[in-house]
Design a protein around this ligand. Structure first.
Ligand code: PEP
Length: 252
């Protein structure tokens, strides 16, 4: 009943020429079949150009961050409605790089999540533990805290039109991937936490895995019952690498 979502987070990479080549490679190679969708999240300045490049294809558009404010004196920020204007359907909120480098709290992430939804965007809420937290046995309490901040602000109903991404921080950009069993354990826990509040919503919410997912490990991760796709950084920057993950989803 849940489709796979394969989402590329380009981070602060790309440029007009590189993006054009990447998008045409992806669009040309979208695997046939159903049961999955593809999403790309370029940096802000390229959203409109990429929106035009993917028009008519099966590839969707998202942004990597959004302001929690609607409009006004917030120099350098981008409002949710502006992302809609640029053609976005999705936006990533709470990526660990935003939390760690830019000091975003779980409460600010919750505000961003709500602002995104209010503008008609689907938020992709990133949660996950650091290596120290995992080694201390705190994985579940960390993801619970990050999830509960959003549940407290937005309520379980909001997860009827949201995506969760479990991204163990120690696996992001490191080449270290959670094993399918490690990832499934946390995905299952997240879904169970949501199910306590609403079983139907919990059963429908897509929970993506993020952390060095690539063509070679995607099939094993996507075979797990509570892994509904991937949020992919490094391997989303080359069409063939991204399409290899898409192919695993198309076969799943
Ligand atoms: C990410 O930044 O969301 C991510 C998962 O990156 P990578 O795939 O490079 O680990």
């Amino acid at each position: 009943m849940r489709e796979f979502l394969i989402a590329g987070n380009w981070k602060m990479n790309g440029g007009n020429a590189a993006n054009g080549a990447l998008i045409s490679g992806i669009v040309a190679g979208v695997p046939s079949g159903s049961g999955f969708s593809l999403l790309v999240c370029p940096p802000f300045p390229y959203l409109s150009a990429v929106a035009a490049q993917i028009e008519g294809s099966a590839v969707k558009l998202g942004a990597q961050n959004v302001s929690e404010h609607e409009s006004g004196a917030y120099t350098g920020e981008v409002a949710p409605a502006m992302l809609k204007d640029a053609g976005c359907d999705y936006v990533i909120v709470g990526h660990s790089e935003r939390r760690a480098i830019y000091g975003e709290s779980s409460f600010q992430v919750a505000a961003k999540f709500q602002a995104a939804q209010a503008a008609g965007l689907t938020p992709i809420l990133c949660i996950g533990e650091t290596l120290d937290e995992r080694n201390e046995g705190a994985t579940e309490s960390v993801v619970d805290f990050q999830l509960n901040a959003v549940l407290d602000a937005a309520g379980i109903g909001a997860f009827g039109s949201a995506v969760v991404a479990y991204e163990p921080v120690w696996a992001i950009g490191t080449g270290m991937t959670a094993t399918p069993e490690q990832a499934q354990a946390v995905h299952g826990h997240i879904r169970a936490q949501l199910a306590v509040l609403d079983e139907k919503i919990a059963a429908g919410v897509q929970i993506l895995y993020g952390g060095s997912m690539k063509g070679e490990n995607a099939a094993g991760l996507l075979a797990m019952p509570d892994i509904d796709g991937g949020l992919i950084g490094g391997a989303s920057l080359k069409a063939n690498d991204f399409l290899a993950i898409a192919a695993a989803a198309a076969q799943g």
